[in-house]
Design a binder for this molecule. Sequence first.
Ligand code: CDP
Ligand code: CDP
Length: 211
Amino acid sequence: MGFMIAIDGPAAAGKGTLSRQVAEAYGFHHLDTGLTYRATAKALLDAGLPLDDEKVAEKMAQEVDLMGLDRDILSAHAIGEAASRIAVMPAVRRALVEAQRSFSRKEPGTVLDGRDIGTVVCPDAPVKLYVTASAEVRAHRRHDEIVAKGAEADYDAIFAEVKTRDDRDMGRADSPLKPAPDAHLLDTSEMSIEAAFRAAKAIIDAALKTK
Ligand code: CDP
Ligand code: CDP
């Protein structure tokens, strides 16, 4: 079994950016678990199937190929919205968590990011980071990302969406978003991407020394 790093936090906190940098720096495999929920949602949408039938969604979740997850294809807004709806279903979570756990055991190490990695998927991970930032900062980040792509963006609408997503992620009965008791909190509201990486690296290096 490899060395596991669990990174959780709310939407647009900087989990993905940090996870990719950490995986690259340590030569570990990376899985953005949000993409597994998005791939399940996209398969349902493409097939014209309902998003509220747990049995149907579970079947789709069982067929998700972790090696074939394409960030660009899955980034569409409608897919994220649908993903957050099917992510409340226990049968969907069970199927995806099983696939995520088997990925997490790869050698020499893995970085998984999502909402429930430290609490449910990899509760024994020696490093758990809970990356967060204020809702305002996160909405600004999403806004700037869209504008950078040359598209129009309405800050107030994005802020409202960030809040709705938080409520859904933190309020669901199965695996709600919350820091694991032993997670290191990393509030990036006033941190650059580089500063967040340095803070994470110090925590990971300390854990690797005591391995
Ligand atoms: O994966 P998650 O939704 O948590 O966030 P992300 O996609 O890694 O980051 C959202 C946006 O915030 C990206 O455009 C990052 O470049 C930016 N970001 C930032 O400005 N400052 C940070 N400390 C972290 C991320
Ligand atoms: O679009 P956003 O960056 O907020 O989310 P994402 O990380 O791409 O994940 C899409 C949806 O899957 C989120 O709304 C979460 O509710 C859900 N998710 C989850 O429930 N558990 C995870 N480990 C990862 C994502």
